[in-house]
Design a protein around this ligand. Structure first.
Ligand SMILES: [Zn+2]
Length: 273
């Protein structure tokens, strides 16, 4: 299996970091987790075809995690997908899908009437997921938990993907819960984010919302406790808050608490289990 970091950024556009989105590569197939800004471009840059992605998992619906959804959906169709796209996520996944389809209906009608495309590939099968769910997709097992507490976002999910002997856990945003430790038990890769509060002062960007943002995100210490307790083999970090934090600064922060293997995530990095 491989974890592919399509984007390691956060809500504001950043010169080196695209929006937070990841790929799981297992048994020769690529699966998408979140669909952030520029995800379609990043999938192509990583050497995959949009039309070969048939499954998309959302962790939660803060806009930075789905701002590339519409572009991914329509570009997947325009580049030859014929199968329905399966979209899984917490509520309100069905509502988000339905409104996104409305947004592109005019364009889809134009192209179908012109005869350059058929409607095949424009269907979406949306399915709501809840903590405790588990199911197989192709040859991969997917387990779902509420692994984090993220401000007022009640509907947020962490995912574990198992294929043969390997596994990858994607934690999502927020303070880890006990379920994240259980979900991550013995995993090859835990992908997690954290916040480095003193960067707001270092870079002079503290404002009236900073404490709220800091409060919505994990600390490096919290993530290191999960990684230690769960016995993860490799801890990968991405989506660091505030996004101005360099990978060196984030690495230094997590190294204060964790002495296992750490990889500082960069856009388009592929990490093998
Ligand atoms: Zn979020």
């Amino acid at each position: 299996m491989e974890l592919i970091l399509f984007g390691t950024g956060a809500p504001p556009p950043h010169k080196d970091k695209n929006g937070p989105a990841n790929g799981i590569f297992a048994n020769g197939k690529i699966y998408l987790v979140d669909a952030a800004r520029n995800v379609s471009q990043q999938v192509v840059k990583a050497g995959f075809k949009l039309s070969e992605i048939d499954q998309l998992f959302f962790t939660h619906f803060h806009s930075d995690h789905y701002s590339g959804f519409g572009d991914f959906f329509i570009s997947r169709w325009l580049t030859g997908a014929k199968k329905p796209l399966q979209v899984w996520g917490p509520p309100p996944v069905k509502k988000i899908v339905s409104k996104m389809l409305d947004y592109y209906e005019y364009d889809i009608d134009l192209r179908v009437r012109e005869g350059t495309h058929t409607r095949a590939g424009t269907e979406i099968e949306a399915k709501s997921l809840f903590p405790g769910d588990g199911f197989d997709v192709d040859y991969m097992t997917v387990s779902v938990e509420k692994g984090t507490v993220h401000g007022n976002v009640d509907e947020i999910l962490s995912y574990r993907f198992d294929f043969e002997e390997d596994s990858i856990v994607i934690a999502s945003d927020g303070h880890p819960t006990e379920e994240l430790t259980r979900l991550s038990h013995g995993t090859n890769i835990l992908l997690a984010h954290f916040c480095v509060p003193h960067m707001y002062d270092k870079y002079g960007i503290r404002n009236s919302f900073s404490d709220l943002v800091i409060g919505h995100h994990a600390t490096a210490e919290e993530i290191s406790i999960v990684a230690k307790k769960a016995g993860v083999k490799t801890l990968v970090f991405s989506h660091i808050i505030p996004p101005i934090t360099s990978n060196g600064e984030a690495f230094e922060e997590i190294s204060k608490y964790y002495d296992g293997k750490i990889i500082a995530g960069k856009d388009l990095m592929c990490i093998e289990t």
